[in-house]
Design a protein around this ligand. Structure first.
Ligand SMILES: CC(C)(COP(=O)(O)OP(=O)(O)OC[C@H]1O[C@@H](n2cnc3c(N)ncnc32)[C@H](O)[C@@H]1OP(=O)(O)O)[C@@H](O)C(=O)NCCC(=O)NCCS
Length: 151
C-alpha cells in the first residue's frame, strides 16, 4: 500500500527522545528503546499521521560505511498503511546520501513476521542467522547494499 498523503516523516533531535520512548512503549511494551543513544551518526526518525506520532525508526553507524537500523515500529492502530515502508525508505535515502555503502538490521521472524516480509520485498537479503535464547526466536540479519555513487 502507498503511504497516506497526510503522513510526515522527520528526524528528531536527542532532546526529543521522550517521543520515541513513548512510541516504543506502546509498540513493544518495553521501556528501553536501545541500550545506548551514545552512537556515531545516531538517526531518529518519527512518522506523524495527521499530526499524531504513529511510528519511529532509530539507527546508527555500525562500521565506517555500514549503517545499522536498530529498532523501529508502528503503533497497532496505524498498521498496514505503508508507514513502516515509508520509514524504511526515508532512512535508506538519508543513509545513502550520507555516503554509506550498506544498510543492515536484525529481526526476529517468528515474533515480528511483518518486518521480514517487508525486508524481502524491499530487496534485502539474509546475511546471518542464529537462534537467540533471550528472544526465543531466530535472529535474522538482513542487508542491502547501495551502488557506488559513480555507477
Ligand atoms: C512490522 C511493522 C513495523 C510493520 O509496520 P506497518 O506500517 O504495518 O507496515 P507497512 O504497512 O509499511 O507494510 C509494508 C509491507 O510489509 C508487509 N507486512 C507488514 N506487516 C505485515 C504483517 N503483519 N504480516 C504480513 N506482511 C506484513 C506487507 O508486505 C506490507 O505490504 P502490504 O500491506 O501492501 O501487503 C509493525 O507491524 C510493527 O511495528 N510490528 C511490531 C514491531 C516490529 O515488528 N518491529 C520491527 C522489528 S525489526
Amino acid at each position: 500500500m502507498t503511504a497516506p498523503t497526510d503522513l510526515r516523516i522527520a528526524s528528531i533531535s536527542r532532546d526529543e527522545r521522550p517521543l520515541i520512548r513513548t512510541l516504543n512503549e506502546s509498540i513493544f511494551g518495553d521501556t528501553e528503546v536501545i541500550r545506548t543513544f551514545d552512537r556515531a551518526d545516531l538517526m531518529m526518525l518519527v512518522a506523524w499521521l495527521r499530526g499524531t506520532p504513529v511510528g519511529f525508526k532509530v539507527g546508527y553507524q555500525l562500521q565506517p560505511r555500514v549503517f545499522y537500523s536498530a529498532k523501529g515500529g508502528v503503533v497497532p492502530k496505524a498498521r498496514r498503511q505503508g508507514i513502516a515502508r515509508a520509514l524504511l525508505h526515508a532512512m535508506l535515502e538519508r543513509v545513502q546520501t550520507s555516503g554509506y555503502r550498506r544498510f543492515v538490521f536484525d529481526t526476529f521472524p517468528n515474533k515480528h513476521p511483518g518486518m521480514t516480509i517487508l525486508a524481502l520485498n524491499e530487496g534485502f537479503r539474509v546475511i546471518q542467522a542464529g537462534y537467540n535464547p533471550e528472544h526465543s526466536d531466530y535472529r535474522l540479519r538482513f542487508a542491502r547494499s547501495f551502488p557506488p555513487a559513480d555507477e
